[in-house]
Ligand binder design. Structure first.
Ligand SMILES: NC(=O)C1=CN([C@@H]2O[C@H](COP(=O)(O)OP(=O)(O)OC[C@H]3O[C@@H](n4cnc5c(N)ncnc54)[C@H](O)[C@@H]3O)[C@@H](O)[C@H]2O)C=CC1
Ligand SMILES: N[C@@H](CC=O)C(=O)O
Length: 357
C-alpha cells in the first residue's frame, strides 16, 4: 500500500468539502488503487492542525480546539520530524500571496495540486520557474480545477496538444458563477444583486465576487489554457470586459462592495432590456490560436444555440481543432460548486499519487 500525505492549505468552501470526500473515499482508494491517503496537516490563513496519524472525521471540532498559529517552517519541520513521505500540498486558497511559497514547497519535497488559479497566471517567468523546479526535483503539479472546476478541460487540452493535434480555437462559457447569474437573471424577475448574493451562498463565486464580475477569473482561465497551447501570453494581454463600474472596484473593500451591490441592479437591467427578444446574456471567453488573441466579454446570444441553452452553473467549452473540423469537441457541465471542484481536486490527488514511486 502506498501512503500519501496531504497538507491542505485552505479549509473554506472547497477545502472542507475535499476533506470530507477524501475521508469517505479512503477505503475505496485503498481497495481499488492501493493508495492510502492521510491528511496530517490542514491550515487556514492563520492556524494549522497537526496530526501525524492524519485527521479524522471530527476534524472540524479538533481544528477549533487544537489548531495553532503557524508558519511554513513549522509545517516543513513537522513533515521532516515525522518522516512523512509522498507529500502533496493542496492549494485550496484564493490567495495571491500563498503562491509565493510554491517554490519552497517543491524544494522541500512537496508535489502540488492547486484549485487556486493565481500561480498559473502570474508572469510567464514565474510559470516557467515553477516547472523548472518541478523537473529538477522530480515533482508533479496538477491543476485540473483551474478551468471548468471538476470538468476535464485542462487534461483534454493537454492531451490534444501533446498528441500533436492542432487546436485552433476555444470558445465558451468559462465562469460557473456568471453562468448561474445570467441564467437566473435572464429567466426570472429577480434583481441582479439578489441573484449575485444567491450565487455566493451556493459557493459559485470567488471569495471576493469582484474577481468574477470583473472578468478576471475568466481571463485567468483563458490564460491557463493558452499557456497549455504554448502561447506565450501575460495576464495583461488578455482583453477583458469588466462588468463592474470603477467606483465599485478599485479602492473599495470587499465588505463595502458587498454592501453596495444594489448599485449593479440598474446597469444589468439595462443590459437585459436592451437585448433582442429570445436572446439571453452570456459572459464568454474566446481563444483564437492563430492570432494568439484572448478575450472575455458579455454577449447577447440567441437562446436556441449551444451557448444560449446552458442551465444552472454550467460551463460549456467548444474546442475547435484540425481533426474535429467545423464541428467542435464540446465539454459541458457544472463549472462551479464545492462538490464538483473538490471531486476534481481528489481526481488530481489520485492521478498524482499513482505517479509517485
Ligand atoms: N468555488 C468553486 O466553484 C471553485 C473554486 N476554485 C478555487 O478554489 C479556491 C478556494 O475557493 P473557496 O473554497 O470557495 O474559498 P473560501 O474563501 O471558502 O476558502 C479559502 C480558504 O483559504 C484560506 N486561506 C486564505 N489565505 C491563506 C493562506 N495564505 N494560507 C492558508 N490558507 C489560506 C482561508 O482561510 C479559507 O479557509 C479558490 O482559489 C477558487 O478560485 C476553483 C474552481 C471552482
Ligand atoms: N468563481 C469561479 C469558480 C470556478 O473557478 C466561477 O464562477 O467559475
Amino acid at each position: 500500500m502506498k501512503k500519501v500525505n496531504i497538507i491542505l492549505f485552505g479549509i473554506g468552501n472547497v477545502g472542507s468539502t475535499l476533506i470530507n470526500q477524501l475521508l469517505s473515499a479512503k477505503e475505496q482508494w485503498e481497495k481499488n488503487s492501493g493508495i492510502s491517503v492521510s491528511i496530517p496537516v490542514i491550515a487556514n490563513s492563520t492556524k494549522a492542525l497537526f496530526n501525524a496519524e492524519g485527521i479524522s472525521k471530527n476534524w472540524q471540532k479538533d481544528f477549533e480546539k487544537s489548531a495553532e498559529n503557524y508558519n511554513l517552517e513549522d509545517i516543513l519541520d513537522f513533515t521532516k520530524a515525522n518522516d512523512l513521505e509522498h507529500l502533496i500540498a493542496i492549494d485550496a486558497t484564493a490567495s495571491k500571496e500563498f503562491v509565493e511559497i510554491y517554490i519552497r514547497l517543491i524544494q522541500n519535497g512537496f508535489n502540488l495540486v492547486a484549485a487556486n488559479k493565481v500561480a498559473n497566471t502570474l508572469s510567464s517567468d514565474f510559470y516557467k520557474e515553477i516547472r523548472k523546479e518541478l523537473d529538477y526535483h522530480g515533482k508533479h503539479f496538477f491543476y485540473e480545477t483551474n478551468v471548468g472546476a471538476g470538468l476535464p478541460i485542462v487534461q483534454t487540452i493537454q492531451g490534444l496538444y501533446q498528441s500533436g493535434e492542432k487546436v485552433t480555437k476555444i470558445r465558451g462559457v468559462f465562469s460557473g458563477s456568471l453562468s448561474f447569474i445570467f441564467n437566473t437573471f435572464s429567466e426570472n424577475k429577480e434583481n441582479f444583486s439578489d441573484v449575485l448574493e444567491k450565487a455566493g451562498k451556493l459557493g459559485y463565486t470567488e471569495p471576493d465576487a469582484r474577481e468574477d464580475l470583473s472578468g478576471n477569473d475568466v481571463g485567468r482561465k483563458l490564460l491557463i489554457l493558452a499557456r497549455e497551447l504554448e502561447l506565450n501570453k501575460e495576464f495583461q494581454e488578455v482583453k477583458i470586459q469588466s462588468l463592474i463600474p470603477e467606483k465599485l472596484n478599485g479602492k473599495t473593500s470587499a465588505e463595502e462592495f458587498q454592501k453596495r451591490i444594489g448599485e449593479l441592479d440598474e446597469i444589468f437591467t439595462k443590459h437585459k432590456t436592451e437585448q433582442e427578444q429570445g436572446n439571453v446574456l452570456r459572459y464568454i471567453g474566446e481563444i483564437e490560436v492563430a492570432s494568439a488573441s484572448l478575450e472575455a466579454k458579455l454577449i447577447s446570444e440567441p437562446k436556441n444555440t449551444a451557448l444560449g441553452q446552458i442551465k444552472g452553473a454550467d460551463n460549456i467549452f467548444e474546442i475547435y481543432t484540425e481533426s474535429y473540423g467545423d464541428q467542435p469537441l464540446v465539454i459541458q457541465g457544472a463549472g462551479a460548486g464545492a462538490a464538483v471542484t473538490a471531486r476534481g481536486i481528489a481526481g488530481d490527488v489520485l492521478k498524482l499519487s499513482q505517479r509517485l514511486n
